[in-house]
Write a protein that binds this ligand. Structure first.
Ligand code: HEM
Length: 609
């Protein structure tokens, strides 16, 4: 193949909206080459040679931050990488139209794509391309390449939206939320939601409600399975011998996360926790099932053309439509009920950033969007929140439930910060809980809830010496990157310490353990025994970015982290958690990284909650 060969046909599917030329050209200046990666930051903050400048994922005005960061380093960008798209390694056995679909199906690709992609990475290296049925993409694995992709995503970053979802939206002709939008439409709404959810002032406001819902969940657990007295194991110190059995933590946490997000979005209690106490069927159960079915069928329809599935009236298409309709109807029911309450409130109570009650009222107070659009925006947040947080917490309890050492450290930290205080854990207290945060961060490294980050760039980019043309789908597999031994020492081990660093206390007191800044490289140290493992890095580590980075990073990140940190801290403060399942739980990839089997736990009441 000739060097520098370039495909001229855009690889963006006709289903994915093209950005109008006007918009594309307006931000062409932002498509610039970032300084060479691997170079220590020149701002004097980096002590780690592996990492580069940080793109703050938490800035509420993220888009501007990124623009500032990239534009300040404008160099005349021109890709001249030597080898072209056609030269990028690809698996053997690709056939016209189908690509390597049959091969992939043999590997059980639908629920184990993460393993399949990992196998390809080991076979073909840090960049390869593959066509799986309809889905043609370039897969990249090197964190430095990932960083470069995010740095060049432009003012209106574009991610992949499953074709089946787009088709469904087209058929139903209903407005949808942020995830589905692009261009200026996306940016203007995203800025508003950023203010409501990512602004530092927004969350302290919600933490009392999150605390309350966690207290209620624990109360419901106790009501459902009254704390039973078992023979207290001898010499265990803390446990009183009283315990609660949980047969499926995921399900319970799902109910809780809907309840919790309901209080943030609508300042309403939705009543989802009642079904935990009563063990009865509820709307939330139907919602869980519908979302699971939507995700599962979407996976199949990612590989098999949805339009064809629809034309052939395949059962998978109809199952997809039914589950999508059910989940949207139930979400809409929750939202309509809540909106009624919001509409009845006095106008003075409608701006969350001024200490007012919730996201939905704040959106309505702007008087910029009609009710349908407010409902669409909040429905997106609502369903985005429930499944992600519940699965992440299920994995966190699964991991800590098997690791007494980690639990003891969480407990020590929570006791140190909160002491005998039995009220709410405040945002200021949370700031000090660096170990709790490290546990969640490590959980998401091992079980990244979103299995692939995706981007279409507006310009060609050179990756590993190959030119990847503009509008190619670039997939960044989070599972493989998070478990890569090249990046993480003892990559398969659950070691929250890798995210901490020890600083000596100049005032002569004890050394201070603080949050590491993300350098995952262990610099040759044994990460299990040291608290000084994430040494010296200053920046976001692109090998594990569970919420993505940049202007299109997860808009619910602050909320998700606050909910997860609070839940972990409060449960471990009161209970010892034991995983009681029958062995390791695998991953079932249904668009998100979910546990394959229910995660069973026993919660043993501590002596001194
Ligand atoms: C463990 C929890 C969560 C994880 C790991 C997670 C991860 C992500 C990721 C990776 C993206 C894609 C960003 C991209 O395309 O680059 C995303 C987008 C999004 N997330 Fe989350 N998320 C979580 C929780 C939440 C919560 C709690 C909410 C709502 C309150 C939420 C709402 C959204 C929305 C609306 C988008 C689309 C944003 C846009 O397109 O501008 N997520 N999330």
């Amino acid at each position: 193949m000739a060097r520098g060969f370039r495909l001229t046909t855009p690889r963006l599917s006709s289903q994915q909206s093209f950005i109008p030329a006007r918009v594309a050209s307006s931000h062409a200046a932002a498509q610039v080459l970032v300084p060479s990666v691997g170079k220590a930051a020149g701002d004097g903050t980096s002590r780690c040679p592996h990492l580069q400048r940080e793109v703050s994922t938490l800035s509420f005005a993220m888009d501007e931050v990124i623009m500032a960061d990239t534009v300040s380093k404008v160099t005349n960008h021109r890709v001249n990488s030597g080898r072209g798209y056609e030269d990028i390694p690809r698996p053997k056995g690709s056939i016209p139209f189908m690509g390597t679909w049959i091969d992939a199906l043999r590997h059980g690709v639908v629920t184990r794509v993460h393993e399949y992609v990992d196998m390809r990475y080991k076979q073909l290296g840090p960049i390869y391309r593959e066509k799986l049925g309809k889905l043609e993409a370039v897969y990249i694995f090197d964190p430095q390449d990932v960083q470069r992709v995010f740095m060049r995503e432009g003012r209106h970053p574009r991610h992949v939206i499953p074709e089946a979802w787009l088709l469904h939206r087209e058929i139903t002709d209903k407005p949808r939320g942020l995830f589905f939008m692009d261009g200026e439409e996306w940016l203007s709404r995203r800025r508003v939601i950023n203010q409501l959810l990512l602004h530092p002032r927004a969350l302290p406001h919600f933490s009392q409600r999150i605390n309350d819902t966690i207290n209620d969940l624990i109360k419901h657990w106790t009501n459902r399975s009254p704390v039973s007295t078992t023979a207290a194991p001898p010499n265990t110190g803390d446990p009183t011998g009283q315990s609660i059995t949980i047969n499926n933590i995921q399900e319970d946490v799902f109910n809780w996360s809907i309840e919790c997000v309901g209080t943030v979005l609508f300042n309403q209690r939705l009543g989802c926790l009642a079904s935990i106490a009563e063990d009865t069927a509820s709307d939330t159960e139907a919602f869980v099932q519908a979302i699971q079915d939507t995700f599962r069928t979407t996976m199949v329809l990612t590989l098999f053309p949805p339009k064809l599935a629809r034309a052939l009236s395949l059962p998978v298409w109809w199952k997809f439509v039914r589950s999508m309709d059910t989940s949207l109807t139930i979400a809409r029911r929750f939202i309509d009920n809540s909106m009624k309450a919001v509409l009845q409130r006095p106008e003075s109570e409608t701006d969350v950033s001024e200490g007012k009650p919730d996201v939905c009222s704040s959106l309505m107070a702007l008087q910029r969007y009609d009710l349908d659009e407010v409902a669409a925006l909040t429905a997106d947040l609502f369903s985005g929140a429930a499944h992600t947080i519940s699965n992440a917490l299920a994995w966190a309890f699964y991991l800590v439930g098997q690791d007494q050492r980690v639990q003891d450290k969480i407990y020590e930290e929570v006791q140190r910060v909160v002491g005998s205080e039995t009220g709410a854990i405040t945002p200021d207290m949370l700031k000090e809980m660096v170990y709790v945060k490290a546990v969640i961060r490590e959980t998401l490294r091992l079980y990244p809830i979103v299995p692939f980050h995706t981007r279409y760039l507006y310009e060609d980019i050179s990756i590993q010496g190959y030119t990847v043309p503009a509008n190619t789908l670039i997939m960044m597999p989070t599972y493989s990157m998070g478990r890569d031994e090249k990046t993480f020492a003892q990559a398969d081990k659950f070691l929250p310490e890798r995210w901490l660093r020890k600083r000596s206390n100049k005032a002569g007191g004890n050394d201070v353990i603080s949050e590491g800044n993300g350098c995952p490289f262990n610099h040759g140290k044994d990460v299990s025994s040291s608290t000084d493992t994430a040494t010296g890095g200053t920046n976001v580590n692109y090998a594990t970015i569970p919420f993505a980075v940049g202007a299109r990073a997860c808009v619910g990140r602050r909320l998700a982290e606050t909910e997860m940190h609070l839940m972990l801290a409060k449960v471990i403060k009161q209970f010892r958690v034991k995983y009681t399942g029958d062995g390791p739980v695998g991953i079932d990839l249904r668009m998100i990284t979910a546990p394959k089997d229910p995660i069973k736990l026993r919660l043993e009441l501590r002596d001194s909650p």
